[in-house]
Ligand binder design. Structure first.
Ligand code: AKG
Length: 296
C-alpha cells in the first residue's frame, strides 16, 4: 500500500521547560497581524501593529526586570549598548520567546521561527545618543543567508519625536541598494554605531517616525533604512529589539562563538545548533566583547 505519511526531514528538537508554544489544537489563536498589516510590512518595510504586546502585568514584570538590569549596568558603559542581554539572562527568554511576541512575526516569517538576537537600546534622558541611519542587513551580511529577519521593536518607555524615537524610510528595503548601501564613519562619541549610510543612498525626506507607547511595538525588515536622533529630552527612551529569522535562514557556523540562535516556534528545518533558552551563556557576551564584535 502507498505510504501517505509525510517524510521526516530532520529530527524535531525536544520541547524545553521554557518552550512558550503550547499546542492548543482546539483553540487556535487568530493571526496577530491583519492582512492589511502584513501587506503594509511587505510593501513599506515596516508596520506598527495595533494593540499592546503583552498583558499589562507581564509587561510590568519585564519593565521591573529591565530596571534591575539597568541599575546593575556598569556606570562606565553606555546604556544604549546592552546587546544580546538574553544570552546571559535566561529569564529574558520568557518574554523574548513568549507567544505574544512570536505571534507578531509568524504571519511574516511563517511557522518555523528562530530567535536571532535582542538588544536594549536605552537612550537616557538629556544625553541619549543618536542611532545613525543604517540597515541591519549591512551588519549581518556575513552572518545570515538568506537575509530574512523581522525585528520587533518593543517600547519600554514612551517613544516619540520628543525623546528620539526610531524613524524608518518606507520602501527602502526594496529600492536603491536594497539593504546593502554604502557607509561612512561617524563620530562615535555621539552615535550608538560607528558608521552611517552615505547621504546619496538615503531619502531622509521620506522618513516616518515610529511613535509608540510602552508595551506597543513596531516591526521592521532587516533591509529597511532606519535610525533615530539623540535624546535631549527629559524622558528616557528605551526599546528592546527582538530579532527573528525563519528556520530556512542559516547562521554562518563561523560565528558560533559569538552568536546564538534559539527555537522560537515550529521546526529546526536546517538542523542548526540551537541554544537552550534556560541556560546562561554569559561567556558568549564576553567573547563578543573580547573580539570587539559589533553585530548590532
Ligand atoms: O532604537 C533605535 O532608535 C534604533 C533601533 C535599531 O537600530 C534597530 O532596531 O535595528
Amino acid at each position: 500500500m502507498e505510504d501517505f505519511s509525510p517524510p521526516i526531514l530532520h529530527p524535531v528538537p525536544l520541547m524545553t521547560p521554557l518552550d512558550p508554544t503550547p499546542i492548543h489544537p482546539t483553540r487556535p489563536r487568530p493571526p496577530r497581524l491583519s492582512p492589511h498589516e502584513v501587506d503594509h510590512y511587505r510593501k513599506e518595510g515596516y508596520v506598527i501593529p495595533r494593540g499592546p504586546v503583552f498583558p499589562a502585568e507581564t509587561f510590568q514584570a519585564l519593565l521591573d526586570h529591565f530596571e534591575r538590569k539597568l541599575a546593575a549596568w556598569p556606570k562606565d558603559q553606555r546604556p544604549e549598548a546592552m546587546d544580546t542581554p538574553h544570552f546571559g539572562d535566561p529569564k529574558l527568554n520568557e518574554w523574548a520567546l513568549a507567544p505574544e511576541v512570536v505571534d507578531l512575526v509568524e504571519p511574516i516569517l511563517g511557522p518555523d521561527i528562530l530567535l536571532f538576537s535582542t538588544h536594549f537600546i536605552c537612550k537616557p534622558k538629556g544625553d541619549g545618543r543618536r542611532v545613525p541611519w543604517h540597515e541591519d542587513s549591512a551588519y549581518w551580511r556575513k552572518l545570515l543567508d538568506p537575509m530574512e529577519v523581522a525585528t520587533v521593536w518593543l517600547a519600554l518607555d514612551p517613544s516619540t519625536t520628543v525623546n528620539g524615537c526610531m524613524y524608518v524610510i518606507p520602501r527602502s528595503h526594496n529600492t536603491g541598494k536594497m539593504g546593502f548601501s554604502d557607509y561612512e564613519k561617524v563620530d562615535v562619541t555621539k552615535s550608538v554605531f560607528e558608521t552611517e549610510i552615505v547621504k546619496a543612498d538615503r531619502r531622509d525626506e521620506l522618513a516616518v517616525p515610529c511613535e509608540l507607547q510602552p508595551n506597543h511595538c513596531s516591526l521592521h525588515d532587516a533591509r529597511t533604512q532606519h535610525g533615530s536622533p539623540p535624546n535631549t529630552s527629559h524622558i528616557r527612551r528605551c526599546g528592546w529589539t527582538l530579532r527573528f529569522i525563519p528556520a530556512t535562514t542559516r547562521l554562518n557556523p563561523d560565528y558560533a562563538d559569538r552568536q546564538l540562535i534559539y527555537l522560537a516556534r515550529g521546526r529546526n528545518l536546517l538542523n542548526q545548533n540551537l541554544a537552550d533558552p534556560s541556560r546562561d551563556y554569559s561567556h558568549v557576551i564576553e567573547e563578543r566583547k573580547r573580539q570587539g564584535f559589533k553585530a548590532h
